[in-house]
Design a protein around this ligand. Structure first.
Ligand code: ATP
Ligand code: MG
Length: 419
């Protein structure tokens, strides 16, 4: 029996790396006063159609839509921002707080062709800074993504791409000119782009097809259609990133796949992989909450794909985890009270341990522990137990020493300094 295509088990051997990512993100975001939010995985299909937009890939072909037992149209969430915008409204979070700084993590679902770094159930870690239209909010969220990647020691392999896509009016003016221009070359465009000319021409900008990119080179440029206000917002972001020494490339073809963005759009890519190399995507969405029927609340945020981040981390780092566990190996389990006394002390001192309760003999237990990379063993042999003694054996060096049970606590002090 296999899991569904495009879904994967995350096994205990990988969990450490997942927890490491969450721990780093959680601590950093806590310092910046971002609060965790958990929204339902299942939402009404309407929500995503309204938020993400009809002519986007996600809504057109990637959503897991179905009807529940009462024939309601429901969807397994394909991304986090729509649900958070909904939660802000459902819970009127804007009434008490002018600013809502939120973060989330969890599974997302998109019906795509599974490949390296692309799954049907994948995971995102995301943040949203809701309530400010100021460039400093954009800078704060970009900086946080950068800091998380830095703490995970991945920043050297990553690059930030940045663009301003203006407001809706500016984009409309530009889209009109772009459509006019591309219609002249329609026959030379790739099939996908041909379909998009009238439906979602902006998406043609990030086409990966060389011929299409060549045609675009002589076409209208979005920047020329931006107002002074939009340009000022963008320039301020760039100036601050310079000050913070966060490197970026301005990519005027970066538009992102979701309709709700305005002004700032950005992506963080890795150079280590060629396919599915976008780790993080984000931008400003000043109209989304209003579009859902709420007040006008400007916001900016991003989402990082955890699976893609882990691929990068595994390529880069030796993720082998040092085994700090204490193995408790006994001849048999007859002196159970003594075993409990030892365990209680290990627990009291917050040491991780594993008591071998299999039926094999002590020598085999030692060999087994050695095979899984154990360093420290506590051997409880019956003739020593009667003398209230414990044998400590270091499997990496072969050294061993006998100590009195009454000295175990003292020994643990020493143990903690070297583990
Ligand atoms: P792509 O262009 O690769 O399809 P996207 O623009 O659809 O990405 P976003 O909606 O911006 O992706 O999602 C943010 C991040 O979530 C991506 O940068 C990526 O790391 C991750 N992601 C998106 N879709 C998938 C997927 N199907 N499998 C794994 N990770 C994904
Ligand atoms: Mg996609």
């Amino acid at each position: 029996m296999q899991p569904l295509r495009g879904t994967k088990d995350i096994l205990p051997s990988d969990i450490k790396i997942w927890q490491n990512i969450y721990d780093i993100a959680k601590n950093l975001l806590h310092n910046y006063n971002y609060k965790e939010i958990r929204t339902p995985i299942l939402e009404s299909t309407d929500l995503f159609e309204k938020c993400i937009g009809d002519f986007t890939d996600i809504v057109n072909k990637e959503m897991y839509n179905f009807k529940d037992q009462s024939a309601r149209r429901v969807t397994l969430r394909p991304e986090g921002t729509s649900s958070i915008a909904r939660a802000i409204l459902s819970n009127k979070l804007y009434l008490n707080n002018h600013m809502n700084r939120l973060w989330y993590s969890g599974p997302m679902f998109r019906y795509e062709r599974p490949q390296q770094g692309r799954q049907r159930q994948f995971h995102q870690l995301g943040i949203e800074c809701i309530g400010s239209e100021k460039p400093i909010a954009d800078i704060e969220v970009i900086q946080l993504a950068y800091k998380i990647l830095t703490q995970l020691k991945c920043n050297q392999e990553c690059s930030l791409e940045l663009n301003s896509i203006g407001n809706i009016k500016e984009r409309e003016m530009y889209t009109e000119q772009l459509t006019k221009y591309l219609t002249k070359y329609a026959k030379e465009l790739d099939e996908d782009s041909q379909r998009r000319i009238h439906k979602n021409p902006l998406r043609i900008l990030d086409s990966k097809i060389n011929k299409t990119q060549e045609i675009l080179k002589d076409g209208p440029v979005l920047k020329d259609y931006l107002s002074i206000e939009s340009l000022k917002h963008f320039d301020e972001i760039c100036e601050n990133l310079d000050y913070l020494k966060i490197k970026y490339n301005i990519n005027s073809y970066l538009v992102r796949g979701l309709d709700y963005y305005n002004y700032t759009a950005f992506e963080i890519k890795t150079q280590l992989t060629h396919h599915q190399n976008t780790l993080c995507g984000g931008g400003r969405y000043d109209n989304l909450i209003e579009q859902l029927g709420g007040p006008k609340i400007p916001a900016v945020g991003w989402a990082i794909g955890i699976e893609r981040l882990i691929i990068l981390m595994k390529q880069k780092l030796n993720t082998e985890i040092i085994d700090k566990k204490i193995y408790i190996l006994t001849e048999d389990l007859y002196n159970i009270n003594f075993i409990w006394d030892v365990i209680n002390i290990l627990e009291e001192y917050n040491l991780q341990f594993e008591l071998d309760i299999t039926n094999i003999n002590l020598n085999k237990k030692i060999r087994k522990a050695s095979k899984v990379g154990a360093k420290t063993c506590i051997l409880l042999r019956n003739n020593e137990i009667t003398k209230k003694q414990i044998l400590i054996k270091w499997l990496n060096t072969g050294k061993q020493q006998t100590i009195l049970f009454s000295n175990l606590k003292q020994y643990i002090y020493y143990l903690k300094t070297i583990l």
